[in-house]
Write a new protein. Structure first.
Length: 553
């Protein structure tokens, strides 16, 4: 990796960039791209190499081939962030030494090293507090420890540390994962206000992707560019796919025509050969003339067959090329009749519920019939704790939580799978009465066809693992009439989110989803929105969106 000064403008250039994992799997092969000033959203399927690309750009990984050239200073916010819980906030921000030097100078210590430490950054403490305030952490004291903060707050704290470095190139890898609605709003505002250089965001968050200037899609090792945010990208992709579909249909029609013409040519040639043999048998033509005519006919026939076979091969290649341009984002379509719940049946009852962890104290709730409930609230409010209490995994401190129907829970960690067992074996474990044929037929609907059902869970990609966990949850016996999902779209690519949505279209029971992904919640037909704070109260998607609106709107 090489670097240049930012005086010539912030940029990132990749030239013939390749990366091969230690196990021999090629993630990137000869990728070239250039990023200039502005906000870019990087999208692509799970496993396409997005996070790997960011780690190569940051220097965390060394490329197998090619090079990365930077214009300016680079900072990376990784996807899986961990901070030492013993760190003070000023240490996490990287300003502790300058802050200590300022304190010493203010106390009368004029040692030269203090002035060298401060440099020109005399307002470092004010800048740190202002940056924290802009991210909604205005009440955070610099002497507080990281261990006292929520997970979402630590992500924002790390982002504040990066912004304080004043980078020319800022890389964000799935920054909204695990952020509550309030923290997402602050991160959106930070992206909206970015003006200082190159911002590259890897995300499946559609609200966030609406805020970028352009979309870069990483697919099959190449990058395609689309102007505008998420909606403009989807519109352009739809037009592109419609054209690709027309091209494929035309190529398939041409392929059929070429096959027909080749078959007709073979039939004509066979007829001529039969006629020639009959004339030879009847005699009357000198042998030398007959031989010459036969050789000429064979040469003509060979050329004719060769022309048609060549045209057929070209038609096949055009068809294959056209087929590659058409995306096969298969959807999950499964029949789950036994999950149905009658409209008046009580599914869930909460009375005076106080949770072991979180802020819920005295929650009351009744769910009847196939309701679809969105559970929203701040990080730490107790959404996950409530779901685990409903499954019986955790006992409440007070009150009762009663589930009146078969229930299944799909947690964030997807730890419902045995990594050493196959996908089919995992489903069989959840549905012990089901036959092997039934399990395999159902798994095919979850896009695990044939031998794919025998793949061990530990070898699955992120999106595949989610589909396998979803299959084991939804195909369980007894059939779940209450399904609990905890942040199901975290770490899913957009194709996997669409597959989850299509699977839930087939589900006929009651659904409770704890999530911060509003477009996803709206796509699965939520009938009630519940805000979890000191208690449980009804809310609306409009009110939830207001929490995300930029300050001042």
């Amino acid at each position: 990796m090489t670097g240049t000064t930012a005086a010539h403008g912030a940029f990132v250039t990749c030239s013939s960039l390749s990366y091969v994992r230690p196990d021999g799997h090629a993630v990137l092969d000869g990728l070239s791209l250039r990023l200039t000033r502005g906000r870019t959203g990087l999208v692509g399927a799970n496993g396409s190499g997005k996070s790997t690309l960011l780690r190569l750009l940051s220097g965390e990984l060394r490329p197998t081939g090619g090079s990365v050239t930077l214009g300016g200073r680079l900072a990376l916010l990784p996807q899986n962030l961990t901070l030492d819980t013993e760190l003070r906030v000023d240490q996490a921000l990287g300003v502790a030494e300058r802050r200590a030097a300022l304190r010493a100078i203010e106390a009368g210590d004029v040692a030269e090293e203090h002035f060298e430490t401060v440099g020109d950054d005399w307002d470092v403490e004010e800048r740190a507090l202002a940056t924290l305030g802009s991210l909604g952490l205005g009440g955070l004291e610099l002497d507080r420890t990281v261990g006292e903060m929520s997970g979402g707050e630590t992500v924002l704290l790390r982002l504040a540390a990066l912004l304080l470095e004043r980078p020319d190139v800022l890389l964000l890898d799935e920054p909204t994962n695990n952020l509550d609605l309030f923290a997402r709003r602050r991160l959106y505002e930070a992206v909206d206000s970015w003006q200082s250089g190159v911002l590259l965001v890897v995300s499946h968050d559609r609200e966030l992707l609406e805020r970028v200037d352009r979309i870069a899609e990483l697919r099959s090792g190449e990058v395609s560019w689309y102007g505008g945010g998420w909606s403009a990208y989807r519109e352009a992709l739809a037009v592109q796919q419609e054209a690709a579909g027309r091209t494929l249909r035309a190529a398939e029609a041409d392929l059929r025509r070429q096959k027909r013409e080749l078959e007709e040519t073979r039939t004509k040639l066979a007829r001529r050969q039969r006629q020639s043999r009959r004339l030879d048998a009847e005699g009357g033509i000198p042998k030398i003339v007959a031989g010459a005519r036969k050789r000429s006919a064979q040469e003509s026939a060979g050329k004719l067959r060769g022309v048609h076979e060549e045209r057929l091969q070209e038609a096949r290649e055009r068809r294959d090329e056209a087929a590659d341009a058409v995306r096969a984002d298969a959807e999950i379509r499964v029949e789950l009749p036994h999950t149905a719940v009658p409209a008046g049946r009580t599914v869930l009852t909460l009375r005076e519920l106080r949770l072991r962890y979180g802020a819920l104290d005295g929650g009351e709730l009744q769910v009847a019939g196939p309701e679809r409930i969105a559970l929203v609230g701040r990080n730490g409010a107790g959404k996950t704790t409530l779901l685990r209490t409903l499954t019986g995994e955790l006992a409440p401190l007070h009150g009762e939580a009663t589930v009146h129907v078969p229930v299944r829970f799909l947690p964030q960690r997807l730890d419902v799978l045995d990594d050493e067992s196959s996908i089919a074996a995992n489903v069989a474990r959840a549905a012990p009465g089901a036959t092997d044929n039934h399990i395999r037929a159902q798994l095919a609907r979850f896009l695990f066809k044939g031998a794919r059902a025998e793949q061990t869970a530990g070898t699955l990609s992120g999106g595949e693992r989610f589909r396998a966990a979803l299959a084991a949850t939804m195909l369980a016996a007894p059939a779940p009439q209450l399904l609990l999902l905890d942040e199901p779209t975290n770490n899913l690519d957009l194709a996997s989110v669409r597959q989850l949505t299509s699977a839930l279209d087939s589900y006929r029971g009651a659904l409770v989803v704890a999530a911060h992904d509003l477009p996803f919640l709206e796509s699965v037909g939520i009938t009630r929105w519940l805000l979890l704070a000191d208690g449980i109260r009804e809310t609306t998607p409009e009110e939830v969106r207001q929490l995300l609106a930029p300050a001042g709107e």
